[in-house]
Design a protein around this ligand. Sequence first.
Ligand code: HGY
Ligand code: MN
Ligand code: MN
Length: 416
Amino acid sequence: MAAPGENLRIDGDRLWDSLMEMAKIGPGIAGGNNRQTLTDEDAEGRALFRSWCEAAGMTMGVDAMGTMFATRAGEDPDALPVYVGSHLDTQPTGGKYDGVLGVLGALEAVRTMNDLGIKTKHPIVVTNWANEEGARFAPAMLASGVFAGVLDLDYAYGRKDLEGKTYGDELKRIGWQGEEEVGARKMHAYYELHIEQGPILEAEGRDIGVVTHCQGLWWLEFTLTGKAAHTGSTPMDMRVNAGLAMGRIFEMLQEVAMAAQPGAVGGVGQVTFSPNSRNVLPGSVVFTVDIRSPDQAKLDGMRAEIETRAAEICAELGVGCAVEPVGHFDPVTFAPELVENVRNAAERLGYSHMNIISGAGHDACWAAKVAPATMVMCPCVDGISHNEAEEISQDWAAAGTDVLFHAVLETAEIVA
Ligand code: HGY
Ligand code: MN
Ligand code: MN
């Protein structure tokens, strides 16, 4: 199939206007977004996205996890669709582009196909995966994990936020529990456009990241049990101090991750002290260790060492230590033929590019389990993401979407 002509470009202004329009929903306090999954703000963003898809002539399907699938018909009714998407949910102090660029970039590709009267053999399905972030309901990529058959629906429905609300109840409450069986849809291929969320592309002066792999991840939830006691009147030698154990585990985690360099990361983003009162030593401390590496052996080795040494640290202090994996995926290799389409599109369009391994996890990681999948990345300013200061340029957004558009057309096959 002849590749699309290099003159075929998306409308960067229309894309940027849509990004800014969506960013008005669930505004943060510092210029970013707080549109967490299954909140009223998420529901509002979903409704806006649905209206745009319907205005572009697409038909909307929703599955039982709340993932949205907008279909642009293809010429061959028997051809499996090419899925293109990402996520509209954000972190509590998220940026305007993480996930959103991938969903609205996919929509812009369809809008451009409509403008140019392009027909494709395969249908195109623009996808908004529910709960990619895992910020409110762990794990991340929950809906795409159920879609790929890695996680089951009951487990997902039972996941709780910090207020004890369940995914299933909140999905029903916002009115986005769809009828479709999760994972019943079959994909010909899957593409995802995403900001890099790291510093490499900007530092190297490249417009496009040709994503060959994604690093693997473990989320290990530790529950440390100490003895709640007065911080003033309890002698130091009588304390069963879960907070101290936590501190020593954090130090050990840093040491393990640094010893595994290059190509490994480890950190903690969320801690809950109970009773979380200034003058009470914590009865319990709960936190999630996030470790990642593109190297399977290194990733599993770090997990084993951290769990062993955490147990030793707690035993020394008389603190109880329980650990439960609450998120995991192995390192991912994306489909070489789709990766080549992305590279050729960047080349054809005259955009600088380089191979890159994704540091962050994405729904593409689970899509890759059920179909050929890959990603396109664009730079972000100073590599900042999961921070309201997240920023990209309009040119980077347009370049990434141009490449996505061309790669998708290559796979969906233009019908003359
Ligand atoms: O955690 C991740 O890598 C993604 O941002 N959910
Ligand atoms: Mn994302
Ligand atoms: Mn994210």
